[in-house]
Design a protein around this ligand. Structure first.
Ligand SMILES: [Zn+2]
Ligand SMILES: [Zn+2]
Length: 384
């Protein structure tokens, strides 16, 4: 086999977080590899709403047990790239392979990690000094993908199927989140009615993956017609604009008055949980996949009276990303309508603005760390 060689520089361009909302493009050393790690040349990194949260407010990022500001920390957690070097003991992957990178490596030694629930690692953020339990979550507790290179544990790597572009490969992790949520909803969703609330990237991906797994019908709710149209493109059987009519009534009508078997809440809207329990059939299952900003008022009596199961998920455990990549390799779903924009690496601030303000129909925006729109000097950028 022809061995591909890459020349790895000593330093790289990377964005680092200063004060809240401030990013700086700077030079950093290319990370050194520990055992079981590979060096990924980051070819594409997608922007997630959680990146906007981290950059503006901090959590859920945690660096040295504290808020991530002014710690030379590089955010970005949805990325893919090419392996350009492998650390000691690595024989699972080889130089030259294209990989998507899962966010959470966990610590590998706590009760939850041992159950495959590494996104709920009990040692979250404990990767420093005397607390070094080895926990890693790219762009949250360790440096992330808004950089030209990243060191990643082999446990977090998933091969990119042939024929999948760099841009679409960044969406494999999002598909993994959809898959993980469908796992907690019972996994075998073939023939089961499913409502997805919120047509953001995760909601749209849930529609696509649930259809690939045979859920039927899949009903999508949102308040933006353009987003609902993308939902139809990725397979939704029915879409409901909740600003035109109460979504609970519309779902009940569409499901013979009894509600759907499963509901996957992806909107984070204040009334979303209460709506979700009223959209689901008695004895049904609800998965909550959105970080909502405020506590919600929920009719707990209704949940108990109707034996409704409520689950919260964080990220994508139990190798859901690998399984999602397999579905993609089998061409069971097509995430391409979700990718709307691509920017050069030095245009990250513009890309973040597009994501925050949903400019020009933005859904998933990708930056390419190996490409610069101009000769990039170090610069400070404040985000609104
Ligand atoms: Zn994300
Ligand atoms: Zn753990």
């Amino acid at each position: 086999m022809l061995k591909t060689e890459f020349r790895v520089p000593d330093t790289m361009k990377a964005w680092v977080l200063g004060d809240p909302g401030q990013l700086r493009l700077t030079d950093k050393p290319v990370p050194r590899l520990e055992p079981a790690e590979v060096l990924v040349r980051v070819d594409a990194a997608a922007i997630c709403a959680t990146d906007l949260e981290v950059i503006s407010h901090g959590p859920p990022a945690l660096i040295d047990g504290e808020l991530p500001f002014n710690k030379n920390f590089t955010p970005g957690h949805e990325y893919m790239g090419t392996i350009v070097d492998v650390g000691p003991t690595v024989d699972e992957f080889a130089v030259g392979e294209r990989v998507a990178v899962e966010i959470h490596a966990g610590c590998g030694r706590c009760e939850r990690c041992r159950q495959g629930m590494y996104t709920s690692c009990l040692n979250y953020g404990r990767n420093y000094g005397q607390y070094n339990k080895g926990h890693r979550a790219n762009g949250f507790t360790t440096d992330g993908g808004f950089a030209q290179y990243a060191a990643n544990h082999v446990n977090t790597l998933v091969r990119v199927p042939d024929g999948v572009s760099d841009e679409l490969a960044t969406l494999i992790v999002t598909a993994g989140t959809a898959m993980y949520g469908l796992d907690v909803l019972g996994g075998l969703v073939a023939g089961e009615s499913l409502v997805v609330t919120g047509a953001g990237p995760i909601g749209l991906m849930v529609v696509a993956v649930a259809k690939a797994l045979g859920a039927s019908p899949v009903i999508l709710t949102d308040i933006v017609d353009e987003r609902l149209a993308v939902g139809t493109q990725v397979g939704a059987d029915q879409v409901i604009n909740a600003s035109n009519e109460p979504a609970v009534d519309a779902v009940r009508r569409a499901t013979g008055g009894r509600g759907a078997n499963r509901v996957f809440e992806c909107s984070g809207a204040p009334n979303a949980v209460d709506d979700a329990i009223k959209m689901v059939k008695r004895g049904g299952l609800v998965c909550l996949g959105a970080f909502s900003q405020q506590p919600a008022l929920v009719d707990v009596g209704y949940i108990v009276t109707n034996n409704i199961y409520l689950y919260g998920i964080r990220g994508e455990g139990q190798s859901a990303v690998r399984r999602a990549a397999s579905l993609l390799a089998q061409k069971k779903f097509d995430p391409s309508p979700l990718h709307t924009h691509t920017f050069a690496f030095d245009q990250l601030p513009t890309a973040l603005r597009y994501a925050r303000e949903k400019i020009d129909g933005a859904i998933k925006i990708v930056v390419k760390p190996q490409s610069m729109s101009r000769q990039a000097a170090s610069e400070d950028v404040s985000l609104p």
